[in-house]
Design a protein around this ligand. Structure first.
Ligand code: URA
Length: 184
């Protein structure tokens, strides 16, 4: 079995924190084991919990459009979250839940070894850059600990703050240009 599949199975059977008692499905993430670009959101929502797949609700539909703007297709990237189980009523994940889950993300990154990590929203950004703010740094490549991070607004942000839509789409154009120059 591929190492990524072993990690997914551990996540599906995980009981490291209390989110395991309220979830329907854990959501390990999905995509290519050879992905050069990895997208990391916050935590599964209702649809993701129901189906066990990341980003399949309204934010996921918009993410698909954003991937297209960057010249990417979903099957070629890997999409996961900081926290793999849905927090009840979509509340923010708690610090100890993030900590209980973080080894899974570390292991996924080390097995996939992507060239760029795209962080989606504040939780994901703050995992690497706790003092940075998304409004300041979005759409810019940051090198940290041998990782290339590309912080982005969470796609859901555009759904409730319509004025962000153009900014977000411009950021994905920038990501596409970076990928065309450095990766493909
Ligand atoms: N929002 C996230 O951060 N992740 C998902 O998987 C779905 C919505």
């Amino acid at each position: 079995m591929h190492k990524l599949e072993i990690i997914s199975r551990s996540i599906i059977n995980c009981s490291n924190c209390q989110l395991s008692t309220t979830r329907i499905h854990a959501v390990p993430g999905e995509g290519s084991k050879n992905a050069k670009v990895m997208f990391i959101g916050e935590a599964p929502g209702k649809n993701e919990d129901k189906n066990g797949e990341p980003f399949i609700g309204a934010a996921g539909n918009y993410l698909n459009k954003l991937l297209e703007i960057a010249g990417l297709i979903r099957e070629d990237v890997f999409i996961t979250n900081i926290v793999k189980c849905r927090p009840p009523k979509n509340r923010d994940p708690l610090l100890h839940e993030i900590e209980a889950c973080s080894q899974y993300l570390t292991d996924q990154i080390s097995v996939i070894n992507p060239m760029v990590l795209v962080t989606l929203g504040n939780y994901s950004l703050k995992h690497w850059l706790p003092n940075e703010s998304i409004s300041n740094i979005h759409g810019n490549l940051v090198e940290i600990n041998n990782l290339s991070l590309f912080p982005m607004y969470h796609p859901a942000a555009a759904l409730y703050r319509g004025n962000l839509r153009q900014i977000i789409e411009d950021d994905y154009k920038t990501l596409g240009q970076y990928i065309a120059k450095h990766i493909n």
